[in-house]
Design a protein around this ligand. Structure first.
Ligand code: UT7
Length: 331
């Protein structure tokens, strides 16, 4: 029988672009209102990058902050995973660019493309490689620059998303009270790929004047279909890992659902039996930041002193693919 090593979160970090875009901005460019956006999504404002900023810029800043909290130097890292669907370039991976920027010479670096749950996917991969002792110190980032994938003429998508990055540094636990990633669940259903997708810019429809003229470089989404699947998958995944660990919802100290829509978050929390005061909420100020949503909310809750050492935290997410997943950890 293999002895599995304990994997713990040693530090968290995040970086949100400084440019604040309030709902009123969209009232000027599409047929929408602050009232519609607020009541249907809970979003009041979001952050968007300045022209010229790229995923590795945000990821490097979030990572530096997590490394500082963990008191671990970049040279000690042996694994870097960036969860993102909005890499700097089609090749190489943003992981390699972040490795270069941090000077993490001995790490292996790569990206995980799994839309909004990409951070949870990255955490699951890192956990497995660390549990068996292959790697000792890992950096997992969830980040996204969705703003330049948005069609600012499509009111059903452009009001929903924002940019940002969050990171965690993982190490092995040194004993009691050190926290532990207890469980991760990652799932997907490729039959539903068409519900959220960016058709152009890849190998199916490479960059061309025609592709750009048709706006195929932008996010296409059937929002209300996604809404239904989001609730079902987030509830199922969370219940699955809680039952695997023999944990009931009243034992959860903090719940971090994917910050896509306050209505989805409320229903999921209610179905899991988690009271609203235990739910971490950032959607009002950041919108849906896709893969950044969970690590950013985690970092803010830690820095605000809400999530403390020893707390039991449940996080779950869903997104394009469709993909979904959950994680349960003692911080
Ligand atoms: O990270 C995963 C990414 N995906 C998601 O998180 C999406 C999940 N889905 C949602 O959050 C919601 O479905 C939306 C917020 C996208 C939409 O809310 P909804 O309550 O499902 O609205 P709907 O799509 O059913 O549209 C209702 C109406 C439609 O008008 P009609 O056909 O009833 O006349 C839309 O055209 O609302 C209209 N509408 C808008 N009106 C004003 C859609 N977008 C807007 C808008 N402003 N921005």
């Amino acid at each position: 029988m293999t002895f599995l090593k304990k994997v713990t979160i040693k530090g968290t970090g995040s970086y949100m672009p400084e440019r604040v875009v309030p709902n009123s901005y969209f009232e000027k460019i599409v047929d929408t209102s602050d009232e519609w956006i607020t009541t249907r999504t809970g979003i009041k404002e979001r952050r968007m990058i300045e022209k010229g900023q790229a995923m590795s810029d945000l990821a490097t800043l979030a990572s530096a902050s997590a490394l500082q909290m963990a008191d671990i130097s970049a040279e000690e890292l042996d694994l870097i995973i960036i969860g993102t669907s909005t890499a700097d370039m089609l090749s190489p991976s943003t992981g390699c660019l972040v490795q270069h920027r941090l000077g993490a010479k001995k790490a292996v670096a790569f990206d995980v493309n799994a839309a909004c749950p990409a951070f949870i996917y990255g955490l699951a991969v890192a956990q497995k490689f660390m549990q068996d002792g292959t790697y000792q110190k890992a950096l997992v980032v969830g980040g996204e620059i969705v703003s330049n994938r948005l069609d600012f003429k499509d009111r059903s998508t452009c009001v929903l998303f924002g940019d940002g990055a969050g990171a965690v540094v993982l190490g092995h636990g040194n004993g009691l009270g050190d926290g532990e990633i207890l469980s991760t669940d990652i799932e997907s259903d490729g039959d539903l790929w068409h519900l959220i997708h960016v058709p152009g810019g890849g190998s199916r429809l490479p960059a061309s004047h025609e592709m750009i003229n048709e706006g195929l470089q932008y996010v296409k989404m059937q929002g209300n279909e996604v809404f239904k699947h989001a609730i079902r998958t987030m509830v199922d995944s969370a219940k699955k890992i809680m039952s695997q660990q023999g944990i009931t919802s009243d034992e959860i100290d903090w719940f971090i659902p994917h910050q896509a829509n306050i209505r989805i978050m409320d229903v999921v929390a209610e179905r899991l039996g988690i009271p609203s005061e235990k739910v971490i909420v950032t959607v009002h100020k950041y919108g849906n930041t896709s893969a950044a949503s969970i690590p950013v909310a985690l970092d803010e809750a830690v820095r605000e002193g809400k999530i403390r050492k020893g707390d039991l935290v449940l996080a779950n997410s869903f997104g394009a693919g469709l993909t979904w997943g959950a994680t349960l950890f003692r911080f």
